[in-house]
Design a binder for this molecule. Structure first.
Ligand code: G4P
Length: 529
């Protein structure tokens, strides 16, 4: 394929994820973006509360809730001749490792804030992960149709709590019930909204100027004059969005809207397309960027999911294409196993439907049927594997032994344990000393335990008993250090054969380190380096 064609495809792609504290409106915004992309016809077809927070994917919850089918790791849709790859980042209250890893496949993050609540705890955690990886962030302040915090205070909060300059690219006309439209600060156009029943259709808008006399006739004089003052203040006091500062993570462009009412969504989407980088910003370990056009095909596995389709019970490994072109049947080098594999069963998912993918470009996500060949972090490439930065791993902080209630279910229990641990939703350990040989699971949040037990029951018909252990921190150690570990330490082994130590508290860990200075305590498993 000609480099010109690859470049053209790279240029029109945007691969992104939406990050938000639960309830800020991530699901609603996703749904509206899909609506604009023509991926679904009618938003909010079925209205019901989300069924429990333990759903493994927000999109699975959304499927149940809205009666639409969109379960997948990433969803591709076309809008205005751009191809958008939207990654699913399940957002629980809990810290969840797989959510963070999925972010590693994104080139841009959209941070959704609730205008009435501002920056919430989960937003902070997700934001930090994006920032550490140099992923530029666009802010969407949602629920402008409800009572909001003071808008300047909101911008200030973003700057103070997250440490990034917040620069509005649009400004709202009114807030709460009086929220009538948004003013495009760069184009100097005011987009007024028509309220549509339940926000079910694309909202129509009319364009006017901020000083348009008809504003005074149509709206409350107080709101209009406050709006004109605010525009003046923003234009002269804050300045305008600088795309370069955005790309290097120094500032976040801010948009206002109401996802549920379709207010400000189309404008946001158009601005997003202008600002978000194409998939040509993959950083390498040496600090250089990978050239997606001239480099041969390369991709990494960022997610493994078991039982995507209950009828087939298969496991899928999701790849993010980094460079070159993927063609079905391609022979690639499997970097970790150092052998050639043929990529023949490649899919894109849309709910329970899967479509064969014959061709994919940088930025695209492909699902491969995974008979156990692919693990999170694996790199596949046509030529030499690019030196991609390793995916982050997080040392678990909660531990429990898990056992099967019924010995007749033991076989499926073991299978479930292995396959779900392979997904990387939690760590699986064994120990000769702790828990009497019963498997130990390690997670970052309690909810991960709940999800794990539920999935073992639903997908593997295994009822389990969980017994929480008193440890609160863990560290891996190298093979060389293993022999130095004193006999009374809480030594465990993970599913890859790496040794790790469990401690009750950080104080205990520090105490151990002081007494065993020659043992290197590692926050990441040694196989990653
Ligand atoms: P999440 O994925 O971030 O957890 O949030 P989600 O989209 O599920 O939205 C959480 C709640 O906020 C939903 O209400 C949703 O309708 C509402 N919401 C989303 N965007 C807006 C907005 O712009 N304005 C207002 N006023 N509400 C918004 P719910 O009562 O939990 O569910 P539902 O019965 O309305 O679907």
């Amino acid at each position: 394929m000609s480099p010109e064609l690859i470049e053209k495809e790279v240029k029109r792609r945007k691969t992104f994820a939406i990050i938000a504290h639960p309830d800020a409106g991530k699901t609603t915004l996703t749904e509206k973006l899909l609506l604009y992309g023509g991926a679904i016809q009618l938003a909010g077809a079925v209205k019901a509360r989300k069924e429990g927070k333990a759903a493994t994917s927000d999109w699975m919850a959304m499927e149940k809730e809205r009666g639409i089918s969109i379960t997948s790791a990433a969803l591709q849709f076309e809008y205005n001749n751009s191809i958008l790859n939207l990654l699913d980042t399940p957002g629980h209250e809990d810290f969840s490792e797989d959510t963070y890893r999925t972010l590693m496949a994104a080139d841009t993050a959209v941070m959704v804030l609730d205008a009435g609540k501002g920056v919430e705890p989960q937003t902070v955690k997700l934001f930090r992960v994006c920032r550490e990886r140099g992923i530029p962030i666009i802010t969407f302040i949602n629920k402008m149709d409800r009572p909001t915090k003071d808008l300047y205070a909101l911008l200030d909060e973003i700057e103070k709590v997250l440490g990034i300059k917040a620069v509005p690219d649009v400004w709202p006309l009114g807030t709460g019930y009086d929220f009538k439209g948004v003013y495009d600060l760069r184009e100097k156009q005011l987009h007024l909204f028509d309220r549509t029943p339940g926000g079910k259709q694309k909202a129509a808008f009319r364009v006017s100027g901020p000083n348009d006399k008809s504003l005074d006739e149509q709206f409350d004089a107080e709101i209009v004059s406050a709006f004109r003052e605010q525009i003046d203040l923003v234009e002269n006091g804050i300045g305008s969005v600088d795309p370069t500062s955005f790309l290097v993570g120094r500032e976040t462009p801010v948009y206002f809207g109401s996802a549920v009412n379709n207010f400000g969504i189309e404008l946001f989407l158009n601005k997003f397309l202008q600002l978000a980088p194409a998939p040509d910003h993959i950083p390498l370990r040496d600090g250089n960027l990978l050239d997606p056009v001239s480099s041969p095909f390369s991709a990494f596995v960022f997610k493994v999911q078991a039982n995507m389709n209950k009828a087939h019970r298969d496991r899928i490994a999701f790849l993010r294409v980094c460079s070159g072109v993927f063609e079905r049947g391609l022979n690639v080098n499997h970097n970790r196993l150092d052998k050639q594999v043929k990529l023949s069963s490649s899919f894109a998912f849309f709910g329970q439907d899967r479509n064969t993918v014959d061709l994919a470009y940088p930025g695209d996500i492909i699902g491969l049927v995974n008979p156990g060949t692919f693990k999170i972090g694996d790199i596949l490439s046509s030529g030499n594997a690019p030196m991609l930065r390793p995916l982050p791993s997080f040392a678990p902080e909660l531990f429990a032994t898990i056992s099967c209630k019924d010995t007749l279910q033991l076989k499926s229990f073991k299978k479930g344990l292995d396959q779900l641990a392979e997904e990387g939703i939690l760590h699986l350990f064994t120990s000769r000393t702790i828990g009497g040989g019963v498997p130990i699971i390690g997670a970052m949040g309690k909810l991960q335990f709940e999800v794990f037990q539920r999935r073992l029951k639903d997908e593997y018909a295994a009822d389990t008993n969980l017994h929480v252990l008193p440890y609160g921190i863990s560290r891996w150690i190298s093979v060389a250090d293993r022999a130095k570990v004193p006999g009374n330490a809480s030594l465990v082994e993970d599913m890859h054969g790496n040794a790790a130590l469990l401690f009750d508290t950080e104080w205990d860990m520090n105490y151990f380190q002081k007494n065993n200075e020659d043992i290197n305590l590692l926050a990441n498993p040694p196989y990653q380096d």
